[in-house]
Design a protein around this ligand. Structure first.
Ligand code: ATP
Ligand code: MG
Length: 430
């Protein structure tokens, strides 16, 4: 979203974090419930508990919990694991209920805790399935297991528990849902203000970069004029200095253009002035900006103009930026003495332009990231300077003009960037 936005998927990370949190809480409460019940069973009350059976059950549940929470790798955490956890808990509590006094058992209250816990961590349909499962088990216990009470009383007792469980379930769900809604409200307020900050930041970058454009342009014009005059008394060193200044002012102008486009792209307010553009002329004039830079690196710039005039529908100043970015890269990422070729042709309803170099090439692991914002290949400390914005902006500009960009590259052999732009229909009919 923003100029410096992170490249992670927050939703899945947040989900994982949430499940891990629930797991830790579930583990703690399972142990608490288990040991609490264990110590309660020693109290000198008069209830006929099958204590030995219960102790065996405690042991089994404890081992089960330990394996479940500690030995199963964290990657298996998720909704299915949580559901299995609740179903297994219900099963163990049911066995506990059955071992004690059936439908009259105090262990039934553990079901209430399960319902409260499940309210936090399960989606509504799984949650009510859990409540339904408990209700079914209570009715089964009431119908099939004799515990000294007549059937109708057992059923009344079971219905009372089911009724109370439903109330607890609804109460828990509405409390937790309200909490989630409050969190969402807070998040949306935060998101809104983050978006506003982002818009202001992009606007600021846009205004600053546009304010910088004019003085840079003036500076470039002065330099061009000075270089055109070429005083005979100038030493080669002085001329070199002037050329370097010109080259760097060109680079500065490119960067300022990229920044201004980036802020417009981010704010979704990029306006294009689509007109008929003569490719032959545009490529020729853009290439002439690079003659000096190329000569300095002893790089041969070869332009193969098409014999027929090709007219595309594009924004000519943006086209200039696109080409300048690609030619700048081709020259920048080639060692001295190499060649850069620019050519174009018609392919269907599109003009296809190619910028081909025989430079360093792009490593395979970098290929998928090349068009990302601020991405740079980390070749070595001798890597030419850059911001990693050029290709991101270039791709956006091409796609918004109805074209596509792709490349072929081999390390040590070179890179070719291809891009297309829609042909002017009138031009097509000619
Ligand atoms: P700038 O914003 O000044 O253009 P940059 O050149 O580093 O900075 P991009 O133009 O987006 O940024 O290029 C991203 C990376 O892709 C570069 O760092 C470079 O390593 C690699 N790259 C781009 N074009 C070529 C090329 N023709 N040959 C080899 N590597 C290239
Ligand atoms: Mg670049």
């Amino acid at each position: 979203m923003g100029l410096l936005s992170a490249k992670i998927d927050p939703s899945s990370l947040a989900e994982k974090e949430k499940f891990h949190r629930y797991e830790r809480i579930s583990e703690l409460f399972t142990y608490l419930g288990l040991f609490g019940a264990f110590f309660l069973s020693f109290l000198p009350f008069d209830f006929p508990i099958e204590r030995n059976g219960l102790y065996v059950l405690f042991g089994v549940v404890f081992v089960f919990c330990f394996i479940w929470f500690r030995l199963i790798p964290k990657k298996y955490t998720g909704l299915i694991k949580t559901l299995i956890y609740y179903c297994a808990t219900i099963f163990f509590i049911f066995v506990g209920v059955h071992f004690t006094q059936g439908i009259k058992s105090f262990a039934i209250f553990y079901f209430y805790l399960v319902v409260l816990g499940a309210g936090v961590s399960l989606k509504i349909r799984y949650y009510f399935s859990i409540v339904l499962l408990i209700a079914t088990m209570l009715i089964a216990e009431a119908i099939f297991f004799e515990n000294g009470l007549p059937l109708n009383q057992r059923l009344i007792l079971a219905s009372l528990h089911i009724w109370a469980l439903l109330i607890v379930a609804l109460f828990a769900k509405s409390v937790f849902d309200e909490e989630i809604r409050a969190e969402a409200r807070e998040d949306s307020v935060k998101l809104k203000s983050a978006k506003q900050i982002d818009t202001v930041k992009n606007e600021f970058v846009f205004v600053i970069s546009n304010k910088l454009k004019q003085p840079i342009l003036t500076l470039q014009n002065y330099l061009e004029n000075v270089l055109r005059i070429k005083n005979q008394q100038w030493t080669p060193d002085f001329l070199d200095l002037l050329n370097k200044t010109r080259e760097n002012s060109q680079r500065l102008s490119g960067l300022v253009n990229d920044l201004s486009d980036l802020s417009r792209i981010e704010n979704q307010s990029l306006r294009l002035d689509i007109k008929e553009v003569n490719l032959n002329q545009l490529i020729g004039s853009t290439l002439s900006d690079f003659t000096m830079t190329a000569t300095e690196k002893d790089i041969k710039l070869i332009y193969e103009p098409n014999v027929e005039t090709i007219i595309v529908k594009a924004d000519s100043s943006r086209m200039h930026e696109i080409l300048a970015n690609l030619i700048d890269n081709a020259v920048k990422y080639s060692p001295t003495g190499k060649t850069v070729i620019v050519l174009f042709k018609k392919v269907g309803n599109f003009a296809q332009i190619e910028v081909k170099d025989s430079g360093y090439g792009i490593p395979d692991e970098a290929k998928a990231h090349l068009f990302e914002k601020f991405y740079r290949v980390n070749r070595s400390s001798t890597e030419p300077k850059g911001t990693g914005l050029g290709l991101f902006v270039t791709k956006e500009l091409i796609e918004r003009q109805g074209g596509k960009i792709w490349f072929d590259s081999q390390v040590g052999k070179g890179t070719t960037f291809y891009f297309t732009l829609p042909l002017n229909q009138k031009n097509e009919r000619k």
